[in-house]
Write a protein that binds this ligand. Structure first.
Ligand code: LCS
Length: 408
C-alpha cells in the first residue's frame, strides 16, 4: 500500500490513496463499511477507558462519536486540503451528514458568543443561518463585500473582538474569488479566525489552508462525492484548533456526523476528484467562452475568463484550472433565462452541482430564494442570473444543447 503522506506524489495520486491506513483483519482491498451504530467493549474496564478517551474522538464507542468508515473519509479529505503543507499531519478532518451540518457546527463552535463578519454572497442557507439564526443563538453578525479589502478592514475595526470571518473561496453563485492571503492576514491581525467554504474550488483548484485559512468547510454533496448520490459535509482544521473550539464535543452533542454508508460512497468519490475536476474545468472554460461570445448573453462570471473581475487573482491562487461552475445573465433578463432553462434537453434543471452531468438552475428563485432579497441584490445575485454547473459530458454536446435552447 502506498502511503501518500510518505511519498512525494502528485495530488491525483494522493487522492487515489488518500485516507488509507491499514488493511482490515480480512485484508479487504476497499475500505469496509462499518454499518454499525455501536461498538462492543471487551469488558467494563475497556468500556470505561474508551469513554475516558472520548474527548479526542479517537475511540470507537458509538457511531455518533466516531466510526472507522467515517474516519477513513475524514483522513482523505484532510490529506487533500493539507496536501503539500509541511505540517500536513497537524490537520484533522471531520465528516458531517450535510454541508450545512458542517458549516453550522463549525460556526457555533468557533464563534460562540462573539461577532462574525460574513461575505455578502454566500450559499442561500448559509446566508439565512447567519442572518436569522445566529443572532438568536447569542452571536452577532455583519455582512460585507470581501472583494473590497478596505470594506473588510473597516468592518473589522467597527467590530473589535470579531471571532470569525466567514467566506466562500469561490462564492455561490456570483463566482467571486476570495483574496485568501490578504483576507487571512487581515482577520488574524484583528484576532479573528478565517473559515472558508471551499466547495466550489475543491482542493484540486485551491487550498485555502496554504493561504492562511483556519477552518475549511465543504458540502461533500458536490465535487468530493461527485456523483450526486450523497448529502454530506466536512470540516478540516488544525487538530489543536479542534481542541480549542471543542469541536468534537459540539459535533457529538449536536449530532451531525456522517453516516457510514454515505462516508463510504464519498470515499469512493474522493479517489477520482482530480480526474473529474480536470474535465469539469476544461469544459467550464469552453462553455464560458462559448456563452461570452453568444449574442444573446449579456455577461458571464467564470474565474478563467479575462473579463472576470478577479481573473489575475484567480490565476495566482488557483491551480489546475478554475472549476466547473459559471453564472451568466442573458440580455433578455429573467424571461430569457426562464425560456433557456425550460428548453435545455441534455442539461438538467436541478439545484446542486458537482455531479458528472450538467445542471442548470435559477439562484434568485431556487438556491438563493431564502436569502434576504435586499442582501441578495446587493451581493450581485440578480433576478436574471442563471447558474450552470458544467458536467463531464463532451463540451461540444453541452454547447450544442445551450445553443439550441438559446435559439428556442
Ligand atoms: N456550501 C456551498 C457552497 C453550497 O453550495 C452548499 C449547497 C452548501 C454549502 C450546503 O451543503 P449541503 O448541506 O446541501 O450539503 N449548495 C447547493 C446549491 O448550490 N444547490 O443546491 C444545494
Amino acid at each position: 500500500m502506498i502511503s501518500s503522506k510518505e511519498k512525494n506524489t502528485t495530488i491525483a495520486t494522493a487522492a487515489v490513496h488518500a485516507g488509507e491506513r491499514d488493511f482490515d483483519q480480512y485484508g479487504s482491498h476497499i475500505n469496509p463499511i462499518y454499518q454499525t451504530s455501536t461498538f462492543v467493549f471487551r469488558d467494563v474496564d475497556a468500556g470505561a477507558k474508551a469513554f475516558q478517551g472520548e474527548e479526542d474522538g479517537a475511540s470507537h464507542i458509538y457511531s455518533r462519536l466516531g466510526n472507522p468508515t467515517v474516519e477513513k473519509l475524514e483522513r482523505a479529505i484532510a490529506e487533500l486540503e493539507a496536501y503539500g503543507l509541511p505540517d500536513q499531519n497537524a490537520y484533522t478532518g471531520m465528516a458531517f451528514g450535510s454541508g450545512m451540518a458542517a458549516i453550522t457546527t463549525g460556526i457555533i463552535a468557533a464563534a460562540r458568543g462573539g461577532h462574525i463578519i460574513a461575505q455578502d454572497a454566500l450559499y442561500g442557507c448559509t446566508s439565512q443561518f447567519l442572518d436569522l439564526e445566529v443572532p438568536e443563538l447569542g452571536m452577532s453578525r455583519s455582512f460585507v463585500d470581501v472583494s473590497d479589502l478596505f470594506l473588510l478592514e473597516m468592518e473589522l475595526k467597527k467590530n473589535p473582538g470579531t471571532k470569525l470571518v466567514y467566506i466562500e473561496s469561490i462564492a455561490n453563485p456570483t463566482m467571486t474569488v476570495a483574496d485568501l492571503p490578504n483576507i487571512a492576514a487581515m482577520a488574524h491581525q484583528h484576532g479573528a479566525l478565517l473559515m472558508v467554504d471551499n466547495t466550489f474550488a475543491t482542493p484540486y483548484h485551491m487550498q485555502p489552508l496554504k493561504h492562511g485559512a483556519d477552518i475549511i468547510a465543504h458540502s461533500t454533496t458536490k465535487y468530493l462525492g461527485g456523483h450526486g448520490s450523497v448529502i454530506g459535509g466536512a470540516l478540516v482544521l488544525k487538530s489543536e484548533l479542534i481542541e480549542e473550539t471543542s469541536l468534537h464535543k459540539f459535533r457529538k452533542n449536536l449530532g451531525g456526523i456522517a453516516a457510514p454508508m454515505d462516508a463510504w460512497l464519498l470515499s469512493n468519490g474522493v479517489k477520482t476528484l482530480p480526474l473529474r475536476m480536470q474535465k469539469h474545468a476544461e469544459n467550464g472554460l469552453k462553455v464560458a467562452q462559448f456563452l461570452e461570445m453568444h449574442p444573446a448573453v449579456d455577461q458571464v462570471w467564470y474565474p478563467g475568463l479575462k473579463s472576470h473581475p478577479q481573473y489575475d487573482l484567480a490565476n495566482e491562487i488557483m491551480t489546475n484550472g478554475f472549476g466547473g461552475v459559471l453564472s451568466f445573465e442573458l440580455k433578455g433578463g429573467f424571461e430569457a433565462g426562464k425560456s433557456l432553462m425550460n428548453s435545455v434537453k441534455l442539461c438538467t434543471l436541478a439545484v446542486s452541482l458537482g455531479t458528472v452531468d450538467t445542471l442548470i438552475q435559477h439562484p434568485a428563485s431556487m438556491t438563493h430564494s431564502v436569502m434576504d432579497p435586499e442582501l441578495r441584490l446587493e451581493a450581485g445575485i440578480t433576478d436574471g442570473m442563471v447558474r450552470l454547473a458544467v458536467g463531464i459530458e463532451d463540451a461540444e454536446d453541452i454547447i450544442h444543447d445551450l445553443e439550441q435552447a438559446l435559439e428556442g
